[in-house]
Design a protein around this ligand. Structure first.
Ligand code: SF4
Length: 256
């Protein structure tokens, strides 16, 4: 039996990797590290992996296997002419889970997975789904009572900096502040979602579909709404949460 850490590029899985390396989790032996790059990861995440995490692994005689889906998350939405949404969560499956499982299956007969869900979100630590032929799953941060704050301490104790929350730059689970920052700081990327919404809406209307089944990418408001609001706020040099911006942190199905 061998253990594979599904690395996500964020705080939790980085802390878990540090624990595997510093001997805090001897029960799992020499863990292998694997990362699925959706092709749309945040630029900060890719920078962190290349400049911080990989050098740290190499210094400790370890490596990171990177796999990729056949098409990026955005390319897949563009092909189907649909937006991303919080309702359809299949991008995690296509962008993250399948590429990792397909790779591991080709080289390992008896793999088990370590997943970086922390003790503060233990409700997300689900057992393997046998129907989906999941590998057995382990949640060491949960079983060792390590929450996100402790994860940050563990990363700092390894002498490396703390990554940003990982995820695609266009994730439908982004919070208001992240959407507005994307609109302000990277208009070219943002406008790809404006275009996706336009194509997706036209396809639905032209095919006689029910407009009730149309989903905006972010929080039931159009990308143009967020773009206009970001422009407005940039002019006024302010960032306001509006009264109806109920903005709970709802995690997507990807592992940080
Ligand atoms: S849920 Fe979000 S972070 Fe995960 S694959 Fe989909 S868009 Fe990317």
């Amino acid at each position: 039996m061998s253990f594979w850490l599904s690395y996500g590029g964020g705080v939790n899985s980085t802390a878990l990797a540090v624990m595997c390396i510093n001997g805090s989790l001897p029960e799992y032996g020499e863990v292998k590290f694997i990362f699925s790059d959706t092709g749309n990861e945040k630029p900060e995440t890719i920078r962190y992996i290349n400049k911080t995490f990989l050098p740290y692994l190499h210094e400790n005689g370890r490596d990171l296997i990177t796999v990729r889906p056949k098409e990026t998350v955005l390319e897949r939405w563009q092909r189907y002419e649909v937006t991303g949404s919080r309702v359809r969560r299949d991008c995690t499956d296509h962008g993250k889970i399948r590429p990792i499982m397909e790779y591991i299956k080709t080289i390992d007969d008896n793999p088990e997975q370590l997943i970086g869900i922390d003790a503060g979100e233990s409700h997300r630590a689900k057992p393997a789904n046998k129907k989906k032929k999941d590998f057995p799953k382990h949640y060491p941060l949960v079983s060792h009572g390590i929450d996100r704050r402790k994860c940050i301490d563990i990363i700092k104790s390894a002498g490396i900096c703390v990554p940003v929350k990982s995820g695609c730059w266009h994730c439908p689970f982004m919070r208001v502040k992240e959407i507005l920052e994307l609109a302000k700081n990277n208009r070219k990327m943002f406008d790809k979602i404006v275009q996706l919404e336009s194509v997706s809406r036209s396809r639905l209307i032209n095919s006689g579909g029910n407009i009730q089944n149309y989903y905006y990418q972010w929080r039931d408001r159009s990308a143009t709404y967020w773009r206009d609001r970001a422009e407005q706020e940039a002019k006024q040099m302010i960032f306001n949460l509006e009264f109806d911006d109920i903005d709970p942190n709802i995690p997507c199905d990807c592992y940080d």
